[in-house]
Design a binder for this molecule. Structure first.
Ligand SMILES: O[C@H]1[C@H](O)[C@@H](O)[C@H](O)[C@@H](O)[C@H]1O
Ligand SMILES: [Fe+2]
Ligand SMILES: [Fe+2]
Length: 329
């Protein structure tokens, strides 16, 4: 959409207030640089103006959930321990175009295991994520914390289930992974220049693609507006689980976007790579941003008791995936 058209649709007098309320720190005026971010906030605006559909309200209405959280306590990478810093150095050096082409091919070539969703959650119980400065809980606990926060906020059942399963792709660690660098952590595009909005941007100097004549340029192998479907994000648990649930669940597109892009912090939180987006991705960005607080800020919530919650979530799994269904991982 041309900038003029967007400006024209923003004649609401309290637009600044609306935007301030919804997302701190975002530039308020639509310019050619932030036009996509501004567009994405339209859903929030519709909610506030009372013109949103019930479905839009359910998903995007601002939650009270994170109002109490001290957000400065999360994602403090400069102060993070060596475990986290070493993790990202390794990941940023090894996620290359060549690696990404190879792993996508390998993943498609076989089924690694057949397990139900609950069995997968239990298997993940032993994994402690080396990239995460905010939690040292096991993954099943993190999944339940996210789902419970979404449930407490009265969000739709598919949204709750998305919270419950969103990190199940970390199972990859138990199959063909070379470490954790190819499973967890924030994601970023490969095949074009690494953006400064990625955490520890200096560590990319050790990536063989950094100075590549094409991959090292701003757009690299992509073109503006190409759409995230056509972009290779560094491979890990998001892409892996998205591929599985796209085929083996009835979760809606918003849920699949939340799963696929929840680790793409440079995009959904730092505002980088907006030039890649097409129309479809605007909806995806809204969904991912609606999901993010539950993933991140629930890490400081009480540790859930797995056995107390199992029955409730089994029903949810049954609705969209099948509780006894053996998923091909
Ligand atoms: O350390 C975390 C963790 O690996 C999450 O599962 C991932 O989604 C985040 O992006 C990352 O920051
Ligand atoms: Fe994740
Ligand atoms: Fe998570």
């Amino acid at each position: 959409m041309a900038p003029a058209a967007v400006e024209a649709s923003f004649e609401t007098p309290n637009i600044n207030e609306t935007f301030n309320d919804h997302r701190d720190g975002l530039a308020l005026e639509a310019t050619s640089d932030n036009i996509d971010q501004v567009n994405v906030l339209k859903a929030a605006l519709k909610v506030k103006q009372g013109t949103a559909t019930q479905e839009e309200k359910d998903i995007y209405e601002k939650s009270e959930f994170d109002a109490e959280k001290d957000k400065t306590q999360f994602r403090q990478y400069e102060e993070a321990c060596d475990r986290v810093k070493n993790f990202y150095r390794e990941q940023h050096e090894k996620q290359t175009v060549a690696y990404n082409l190879k792993i996508r091919n390998d993943i498609k070539s076989k089924t690694r295991a057949e397990m139900t969703i609950w069995q997968a959650m239990e298997k993940l119980n032993t994994l402690i994520d080396e990239s995460d400065p905010d939690t040292s809980l096991s993954q099943i606990e993190h999944l339940l914390q996210s789902a419970e926060a979404i449930r407490r906020d009265g969000k739709p059942r598919w949204f709750q289930l998305t919270g419950l399963v969103h990190d199940l792709g970390k199972l990859l660690f138990f199959f063909d992974a070379q470490g954790q660098w190819d499973v967890v952590g924030d994601t970023f595009p490969v095949g074009c220049a690494f953006d400064e909005g990625i955490i520890y941007p200096d560590t990319f100097k050790g990536n063989p693609d950094h100075d590549h004549e094409i991959y090292g340029t701003k757009y690299g192998i992509y073109s503006p507006g190409c759409g995230l479907d056509n972009v290779m994000l560094s491979y890990g648990h998001d892409e892996y689980l998205h591929g599985i649930l796209k085929e083996q669940s009835t979760l809606p597109d918003e849920a699949l976007a939340m799963i696929r892009y929840h680790s793409f912090y440079p995009w959904h939180s730092a505002g980088a790579y907006m030039w890649m987006m097409n129309e479809k991705d605007k909806k995806a960005l809204e969904a991912v941003r609606a999901f993010n607080p539950y993933d991140l800020y629930s890490k400081s919530d009480d540790v859930p008791k797995v056995e107390d919650l199992k029955e409730y979530y089994m029903d949810l799994i049954d609705e969209y995936i099948g509780k006894d269904k053996l998923i091909r991982w």
